[in-house]
Design a protein around this ligand. Structure first.
Ligand SMILES: [Zn+2]
Length: 289
């Protein structure tokens, strides 16, 4: 080897040695995406964790099943590491039947609250048929899915008479960014959570589709969100969201993202900051037709 070549080789090795740590860090830099899928009236949330695991929380109503599975396909999700049914109401578990038929589900977390509807019976029989392990959520437990993501169960109560009150509430923490996912709990649970936990979160999924049952001003002040996601259908028959909830959200100065106006909403975070992407331009619905 000529002297010039030796020098050239050494400088390449040194360059690799110098730049290698940066490459390493670039590969380590992980991101999380939380997708609030527009399922009309209902909830469906896909979490793509920093280590690349997939968690689906609820599947919307039965007619949204196809939409949810198409969304999973678009995100290249072939297997759910965890599927969570926050409570047994049709607008949360309905679409999960289609999901179980379309992708592999490693395990399910459920409240253990039993419901007497046909949809619930179908949901349970699909789980049995596919022999998917099911675990009952325990308050204050952490989801064991991704060591980079802390996900704590703040509420779950299968002894409650009300499905909504039994709902699984989760607080996700990735770095400095917190998500509070309220499912359909009521003001009573909000009050209990205020007493027991630090609720401060950058992003909140507002409880019960903006219904009058939930989202007190006291609660919102404790959460102090930068962004509030509301999940409801444009022409829903429940009057969701109610004025009081919208006014409370305005009072705490949060940005408001309803799926009815924005379509699918994605929050992407590196654990330091976050960016929100949405499918639809809400102003387009105001155009004269
Ligand atoms: Zn609901």
């Amino acid at each position: 080897m000529q002297w010039q070549n030796v020098i050239w080789v050494i400088s390449v090795i040194m360059a690799v040695a110098i730049f290698a740590p940066d490459v390493y860090h670039a590969e380590q830099a992980s991101e999380m995406e939380v997708h609030f899928i527009d399922v009309d009236q209902g909830d469906s949330i896909l979490i793509q964790t920093p280590s690349g695991k997939n968690i689906l929380i609820d599947g919307g109503p039965p007619k949204a099943g196809k939409k949810v599975t198409a969304f999973l396909e678009k995100q290249d999700v072939k297997k759910l590491d965890l599927m969570i049914a926050t409570h047994p109401d049709i607008d949360h578990i309905g679409g999960l039947l289609e999901v179980m038929k379309s992708v592999d589900v490693e395990r399910i977390m459920d409240t253990g609250k039993i419901h007497s509807t046909r949809t619930y019976a179908r949901y349970i029989s699909q789980i049995m048929k596919r022999q998917i392990p099911i675990e009952i959520a325990e308050r204050n437990d952490f989801l064991q899915v991704d060591p980079l993501l802390q996900a704590r169960i703040l509420n779950t109560d299968n002894s409650s008479k009300s499905n909504n009150e039994s709902s699984i509430v989760l607080k996700l923490t990735f770095g400095k960014i917190d998500f509070l996912l309220m499912s359909d709990v009521k003001k009573k649970q909000e009050k209990e959570l205020i007493e027991k936990h630090n609720l401060n979160s950058e992003i909140v999924k507002v409880a019960h589709h903006g219904s009058r049952t939930s989202t007190s001003l006291d609660f919102l002040k404790k959460v102090s969100p930068n962004a509030a996601i509301l999940t409801y259908g444009k022409k829903n028959r429940f009057g969701h969201p109610v004025d009081r909830v919208m006014k409370n959200l305005q009072k705490v100065g949060t940005a408001i993202y309803p799926t009815a106006a924005f379509g699918d909403i994605t929050v992407r975070t590196d654990g330091k900051g976050f960016v929100i992407y949405h499918e639809k331009n809400p102003l387009s619905s105001l155009k004269a037709s």
